[in-house]
Design a protein around this ligand. Structure first.
Ligand code: DGJ
Length: 514
């Protein structure tokens, strides 16, 4: 019997271990409601996902369905999705939609919704926000009890470890208000800060005296992290699976009230780590155009887990970039079931399935190809990361980028036309083109593996290099079942420019010196 999935830390690299081997989650997150109907999953979700070839999917566990009456638990949906995943040969990450989902309490059971003892947060205007207050200890205990039962059930039922991680709550933080203003919150906010906060930051006084303009956000981070910390620790006592949290991350200097206040952004991780020590990783949900800034900020805080990002024509480029640039544990575009069935998130919201279908499906297939490549190259990528021999790129608004590697210079311009132009002009970018993205691995002194989408990659001798360097061999590579297969030999016109169109492509280039 293999060990329970766990996170291993080695040489500064964090690895999710599943069945005692390293595991990189390449999958996607289901739309919010897909997991509430097992037949829907069978008919509309798994068939599309078979074409994606992900190895793990993120799906919610809805508290309202799991505990329809207080103290009576129903695991039909949980067990159902686990057995479907087993049949499909994939793993699952479960998302505990408990007290908070996107800052609101939409998924609490009906009995709790109707009982005012479980009191809600209040906004700055004194009106109720549809979200249970973290100061409502009775609600926190009810969530902790349900989460504990879920984790116990997983330990007993899921002996094959189909479920490999659990997300606790979903995008916590209060939306639209700097903090909770309910009676209990008011009392706490105007009192002396707790001694743990005092010790953590070396300050004292009330929240405002101690933290000034950060007071509301720190206050919410403290209140929420204590609540989630209690829920997580009760669950983890039952079953020691890795736990993580997601959070809204935009990459702009927004303050409490403009962002879900108190959610686990890196600037309040110190608080979250103190009060919720059982949460191993904090991951960003990246729908913002500042993908690189956000992913890089979170990757400095802990290994990178991206439980949600937009599913669109750029998802495949982001997958190649993310896995190559960071110590990534999970890459998972949101609404993956829609992507593979030609339904975009906007279609779903508008309840139409428009002529976008074909494009959306193409995006899904492009992502599938990126996943195939990453499954094959992941070990090599990790080694190259350890040795500093990998260069990852992703287009946001810039025309290109450059890396210097001793006596070589790597020049990337973005554009899908494949027409960089023999004059070395930046490539065209038609409106349907994906963002350029990918990576280059320096396999040995003179051999490079180029993998990318919509970009033009040129490797040339750096200025001042003493050797004269020429191309010895350039080969197009195809993704086989388990390894790359050499195909066309690229010479002549194709040798001079490594122009990659709007589809993932791999080429190996070896130079010689004389
Ligand atoms: C972020 C949430 O975490 C998801 O559950 C989902 O609601 C998406 N937003 C929709 O874009």
């Amino acid at each position: 019997m293999s060990s329970i999935p766990y996170l291993k830390n080695d040489n500064g690299q964090t690895t999710l271990m599943v069945d005692d081997g390293p595991f990189l989650i390449l999958g996607g997150e289901f739309h919010n409601s897909s997991g509430s109907d097992l037949q829907y999953l069978e008919e509309h979700v798994w068939p599309g996902l078979r074409r994606l070839g992900g190895n793990c999917y993120l799906t919610p566990v809805y508290w309202e369905c799991m505990e329809p009456e207080q103290g009576r638990y129903d695991f039909t949906l949980v067990d159902g999705v686990i057995s479907q995943a087993r049949k499909e040969g994939v793993r699952l990450v479960l998302l505990w939609f408990g007290l908070w989902k996107n800052g609101a309490s939409q998924y609490i059971p009906e009995w709790m919704k109707k009982d005012t003892d479980y009191f809600y947060m209040r906004g700055v205007d004194g009106r109720k926000v549809e979200s249970v207050s973290p100061f409502c200890q009775k609600a926190v205990e009810a969530d902790a009890a349900a989460f504990t039962v879920l984790m116990r059930h997983l330990r007993e039922y899921d002996v094959e470890h189909t479920v490999i991680m659990v997300q606790v709550e979903n995008e916590t933080g209060i939306w639209g208000h700097p903090r909770d203003y309910c009676e209990k919150a008011q009392k706490a906010f105007t009192s002396e800060i707790p001694c743990e906060m005092s010790e953590l930051y070396g300050v004292s006084g009330t929240w405002e005296e101690a933290f000034g303009q950060d007071a509301c956000e720190y206050f919410m981070a403290w209140a929420l992290s204590k609540a989630v910390g209690e829920i997580a620790s009760e669950g983890k006592k039952e079953y020691d699976l890795p736990l993580f949290m997601n959070c809204v991350a935009i990459g702009l200097p927004l303050r409490a009230g403009q962002l879900p206040s108190g959610g686990p952004l890196p600037r309040v991780h110190k608080i979250w780590r103190k009060f919720a020590p059982d949460i191993a990783l904090y991951g960003p949900d990246i729908y913002s155009p500042f993908y690189k800034e956000v992913s890089s900020e979170f990757s400095e805080a802990n290994a990178l887990i991206v439980p949600e990002l937009s599913q669109d024509k750029n998802s495949a480029s982001k997958a190649l970039y993310t896995v190559a640039a960071f110590n990534t544990v999970c890459f998972s575009p949101f609404g993956i079931d829609g992507m593979m069935n030609g339904i975009s998130e906007n279609d779903l919201l508008a309840q139409t399935n428009s002529d976008l279908t074909e494009k959306v499906e193409k995006n899904g297939l492009m992502l599938a190809e990126a996943y195939r490549i990453l499954h094959i190259l992941w070990n090599e990528i990790r080694e190259a990361q350890q040795q500093g021999n990998i260069y990852a790129f992703l287009q946001q608004t810039e025309p290109g980028t450059e890396f210097v590697m001793d006596d070589y210079i790597l020049n990337v311009t973005f554009g899908d036309g494949g027409v960089r132009g023999h004059l070395g002009q930046p490539g065209h970018r038609n409106p349907d083109s994906p963002a350029g993205g990918g990576f280059v691995i320096r396999r040995d002194r003179d051999t490079f593996l180029v993998c990318g989408i919509a970009c033009n990659v040129q490797i040339s001798p750096a200025q001042g290099s003493t050797d004269q360097i020429f191309v010895l061999r350039k080969t197009e590579m195809e993704c086989g079942e388990k390894e790359l297969i050499p195909r066309r030999i690229l010479n002549g016109d194709e040798r001079n420019f490594t122009a990659i169109g709007a589809w993932p492509s791999i080429q190996e280039i070896t130079f010689y010196r004389r």
